[in-house]
Design a protein around this ligand. Structure first.
Ligand code: NAI
Ligand code: A1CAB
Length: 266
């Protein structure tokens, strides 16, 4: 089976790295094409994946075509590849805010199997979180096969399409927010004399361990907060100061803005 990426930016490279690490595909069975020949040809040489001369050639040769371009170029790409598409090929779109119905309508009368996903960059280290939804032309077999490809990249979840905007906020975009939190912690460490490297390692390991503990327990995160806050201790002092600065409100406002932006793409 050959899988082709139209667009070889941050997200495509993260997915490809995850699959190459897990040997899900042989490098030569991964096809790539993007707007910048120098970039994708160099990338193909470095990784062993196959560079295609055009989006159309890629769509002709691949069984699964992953659309890994920014949402605003999706329509022109579908226009380009539509003639070589048929019901035996599968489209997977990761464009935020672009619905299955919008993609279907761009293929006009053709009944193309389409899966919409929302991955995150952590697929690169096989710790991703990817949402799935499909149109009615995708068979159960094709769907399970596509899902299993992403199972090798971390966790997957089938959700109704209406929930994609909140999923973007909580998983697609949130790595940026969590990196930002880690950086803020690390800067505080630097303020108190640690090197940035030390402080970043300490902060990132604290986030990693905390996330693993949340996933491993049935306790609510808030109960876990209480477990760390000793009466009259350091943690409650820090937590209350963070709340005074609007920690919870800042996070919720950030998620609201992400959801609104995703919805505005429709
Ligand atoms: N970056 C992220 O963390 C995530 C991104 N996404 C989605 O993935 C998609 C790609 O995002 P990024 O990889 O971050 O973007 P990017 O800007 O890093 O990459 C976009 C790629 O599209 C290529 N491209 C542009 N016009 C083209 C054309 N006409 N034909 C072929 N290739 C073309 C560019 O050359 C580039 O390789 C977006 O729709 C985004 O919403 C989804 C989840 C997470
Ligand atoms: O910022 C964006 O629009 C994309 C979608 C999710 C992560 N990056």
């Amino acid at each position: 089976m050959k899988i082709g990426f139209i667009g070889v930016g941050n997200m495509a490279k993260s997915i490809i790295a995850g699959w190459l690490a897990k040997k899900t595909f042989r490098p030569e069975d991964i096809l790539v094409h993007s707007a910048h020949r120098n970039n994708y040809e160099k990338y193909a040489k470095e990784t062993g994946v196959t560079a295609c001369d055009s989006n159309t050639v890629l769509a002709q040769e691949a069984d699964i075509i992953l659309l890994a371009v920014k949402p605003f170029v999706l329509a022109s790409i579908i226009d380009e590849i539509s003639d070589v598409m048929n019901e035996n090929k599968l489209i997977i779109s990761m464009a935020s805010g672009v619905s299955l119905a919008e993609i279907e309508s761009q293929f006009k009368d053709k009944k193309i199997p389409i899966i919409r996903i929302m991955p995150n960059v952590n697929v690169e280290i096989n710790e991703g979180m990817t949402a799935f939804v499909r149109n009615s032309s995708v068979t159960d077999i094709a769907y399970e096969q596509a899902k299993s490809l992403f199972d090798s990249l971390g966790r997957t979840l089938e959700i109704p399409e209406k929930d994609f905007s909140i999923f973007v906020a909580l998983a697609g975009s949130s790595p940026a927010y969590i990196y930002y939190f880690i950086d803020a912690m690390a800067r505080s460490g630097v303020k108190y004399g640690l090197t940035k490297k030390q402080a970043t390692e300490i902060s990132a390991q604290a986030v990693l361990g905390s996330a693993q503990k949340v996933l491993a327990t049935t306790k609510s995160p808030m109960d876990m907060v209480d477990d760390v806050c000793s009466p009259g201790g350091t943690t409650i002092a820090g937590l209350l100061a963070m709340e005074e600065a609007g920690f919870m409100t800042a996070v919720v406002k950030g998620i609201d803005a992400t959801v609104l932006k995703d919805q505005a793409t429709h």
